[in-house]
Structures are given as structure tokens and as C-alpha cells.
Design a binder for this molecule. Structure first.
Ligand code: NAD
Length: 355
């Protein structure tokens, strides 16, 4: 298989963690006989400095013609004073919009070597492996009417939750297909007892499910889902939900595993998927060889699985991460008693050795 990958390292720890992920990708290529052709682009604050805008047109063009995009992180204190439209983070919105990325996939997986990093009891979190599928371009964040209006006594703020049949169908399809690569259980989260948009959501997800008889479908109200994620997170395999509910529940699920540096994410929808760790540019530790590269390396595994259907290759990366943690190697953010502290580069090398 030959694939073209756009590599956008960005700011802060981005340029430190991305090379570790690319080493893993190239090793997978050699071992399994694939060719990954890499092309680099400017993005975020670094692009503002060199090109004047967070998402230069040639970066966008590069992303569009690639088979997938690997992104490090964007942002930092240097660019915080800029007006909203020129901030590094605008590049992410631009890429999502221009690439038609309507689904955000965030796995929260607990590596058994790290159970003590969670704030929850060991028996609750050990073995967690949840994938949150969040609708990313619809719902209350985009619905109209919206705004703040004058009233006789003050103001009123308005937002509107809107979902169409097509929007629900396509996100449900992503969830059911993802479940087929996992344990084949989808929990659809809504508030159908109160909201009409949720009533439609539940109806369409149920209809769409008819095409996936090999996958089990469960429905859950969002208040209960928030509770169940803390009470018994192991009951979930794939959790699919709206933009607003997914925003909240995906952070809740991520926190179960205890470390922001460990978790990857995927944004998919059209031909080109974008893969990045869930954390930001971590300016406080940038340039110190302290960042945990595992979220970035696990993003490569997601790319292989979701964009290229290379499940075996993705699993071998997961296993190499698992083995490295089992051997006791840790970056600073996940360090604990009896473990060996290593840097970003060394963590990348250990994972490569275990691949
Ligand atoms: P952050 O995720 O960058 O950092 C939060 C904390 O987690 C920091 O203490 C940091 O050191 C630590 N951390 C994050 N990633 C780590 C890793 N891989 N290894 C070890 N520790 C890690 O969030 P923030 O500090 O709120 O934001 C910093 C900048 O990043 C801001 O400009 C923000 O806008 C931007 N940001 C970008 C993205 C993105 O690129 N997708 C996402 C979130 C925030």
C-alpha cells in the first residue's frame, strides 16, 4: 500500500512528538511492506510567524490532496494577544471545515500499567476501552437562530439545537462501522425524553442500525451516561452522541484514564481524515524533551486503522506501547513509584524497540 501523509507538526511540543510518531510509522511501513510518503506543512503559530496566517493556502491544499493528515498541536502564549480570527487554533477549525470532518473519534483506553494514574478506583478503570464518537459540525454550536437580543428588561441569549436526517445517518454510520473494528456494541446518547431533536436522533440511529445487525445498539439518556461513565465505564464500547453532549462526555471519558498525554483522536468524514493527540501544545514543557509522545504515536495507530483499514499494523503499535509501559518506562506526566523516568525521544525509541 502506498499512502501520502500531510505532516503538520505545529507549535510547542508538536515538533518534539511528531518525529517520534513518524519513526513508528516508517518502521511499520518497512515491517508490513507499505510506503508512506510524507509531506510537511506549516500550521498554527509557527505558520503565523513565517507566513502571516495560521492556515496558509498551500498547507490546506497539501492536506486536501493527502490520504490523511497527522497534526501535532497548535497555539501558545506568544499568539494569545491576536484577534480571534488570526489565532493559531483557527487552523484547526479551518482544516475541519475544509476537509469535511464531521465526526470526532476519541478513544479512552486504560493501559493496565497506568491504573494508579486515574482518580477512580483501580477495579473500576482497569480495562476501560471506550470510543466516543462525537458529531462535530452540527447541533447547538452551529444551529440558527443564535445570538444575544435586547428585551424590554435586559437581554436574551439564544442557541438552537438542530439535526437533520442526513447528519444523524452519517454519524451513526461512522459509529456502527467503528464498532465493527471493536466489540460491536454502540450506545447512542441523547435526551429524547425532553428534546425533539434527540427524539429524531434516536429514531434515525435506530433505523440506521438495521444495516448493522451484527452490532448491538443501546440507547441512553445523557444524564445517565455521565453517571454510568464514572460508575461502570467498562460497559461501553462505542458511544455516539451529538456535538454538545460529545464535547462534555469525551472529556469525562478521557479523564478516566488519568493522563492527557496518552490519548489520540481522529476527525473523519470525507476522503481525508485528520489525526492528532487530544492535548494542546504544552508550552510549559516545550523544548525540554519532557513531553509524552504516546498520544501522538497512538494517533498514527488510529490513522492506520480508520483511514487505511490496516488493523493488524495498528494493533502492533498498541502492543508496543503496552509493552513499553509494562517494562516500567514513563515520561514525567505518568511517572510513579518504581518506574524509570525517560524523555520524549527515549520513549519513542523504546516503543520502536518493542515494535
Ligand atoms: P495543553 O494540553 O497544552 O496542556 C495542559 C497540561 O497538560 C500542561 O501542564 C501540559 O504540560 C500537560 N501536557 C499536555 N500534553 C502533554 C504531553 N504530551 N506530555 C506531558 N504533558 C502534557 O493545554 P493548555 O495548556 O490549556 O493549552 C496550551 C496551548 O495549546 C494553548 O494555546 C491552547 O489553545 C492550545 N491547544 C491546542 C490544541 C490542539 O492543537 N489540538 C488543543 C488544546 C489546546
Amino acid at each position: 500500500m502506498k499512502k501520502h501523509i500531510a505532516v503538520l507538526a505545529g507549535d510547542g511540543i508538536g515538533p518534539e512528538i511528531v518525529p517520534q510518531a513518524l519513526n513508528v510509522l516508517q518502521t511499520i511501513g518497512q515491517r508490513f511492506g507499505h510506503e508512506f510518503d510524507l509531506a510537511y506543512g506549516d500550521v498554527g503559530g509557527q505558520a503565523i510567524d513565517s507566513r502571516g496566517v495560521p492556515l496558509p493556502p498551500d498547507t490546506l491544499a497539501l492536506a486536501k490532496k493527502s490520504d490523511a493528515v497527522l497534526l501535532g498541536a497548535v497555539g501558545g502564549p506568544k499568539w494569545e494577544g491576536l484577534e480571534y480570527e488570526r489565532r493559531p487554533e483557527r487552523a484547526l477549525l479551518g482544516l475541519r471545515e475544509q476537509l469535511g470532518l464531521f465526526a470526532n473519534l476519541r478513544p479512552a483506553k486504560m493501559y493496565s500499567a497506568l491504573v494508579d494514574a486515574s482518580t477512580l478506583k483501580k477495579e473500576v478503570v482497569d480495562g476501560i476501552d471506550v470510543l466516543v464518537v462525537r458529531e462535530l459540525t452540527g447541533g447547538i454550536y452551529f444551529g440558527k437562530p443564535k445570538g444575544i437580543e435586547q428585551t424590554q428588561t435586559g437581554h436574551k441569549g439564544i442557541n438552537t439545537e438542530v439535526y437533520t436526517t442526513e447528519e444523524i445517518q452519517r454519524i451513526a454510520e461512522v459509529a456502527f462501522k467503528a464498532a465493527r473494528k471493536r466489540n460491536r456494541v454502540v450506545t447512542s446518547v441523547d435526551k429524547a425524553n425532553v428534546l425533539e431533536s434527540s427524539e429524531l436522533w434516536r429514531r434515525i440511529v435506530t433505523d440506521e442500525h438495521k444495516k448493522y445487525p451484527d452490532v448491538e445498539l443501546r440507547h441512553m439518556y445523557v444524564d445517565n451516561a455521565a453517571m454510568q461513565l464514572i460508575r461502570n465505564p467498562k460497559q461501553f464500547d462505542v458511544l455516539v452522541t451529538t456535538n454538545l453532549f460529545g464535547d462534555i462526555l469525551s472529556d469525562e471519558a478521557a479523564m478516566l484514564t488519568g493522563s492527557i498525554g496518552m490519548l489520540p483522536s481522529a476527525s473523519v468524514g470525507s476522503k481525508v481524515g485528520m489525526y492528532e493527540p487530544i492535548h494542546g501544545s504544552a508550552p510549559d514543557i516545550a523544548g525540554k524533551n519532557m513531553a509524552n509522545p504516546i498520544g501522538m504515536i497512538a494517533s498514527v495507530a488510529m490513522m492506520l486503522s480508520y483511514s487505511f483499514d490496516l488493523t493488524k499494523e495498528a494493533e502492533s503499535i498498541e502492543q508496543a506501547i503496552q509493552k513499553t509501559l509494562d517494562q516500567g518506562f514513563r515520561t514525567k506526566d505518568i511517572e510513579g513509584p518504581g518506574t524509570t523516568l525517560i524523555g520524549t525521544k527515549e520513549m519513542g525509541e523504546k516503543i520502536l524497540e518493542n515494535l
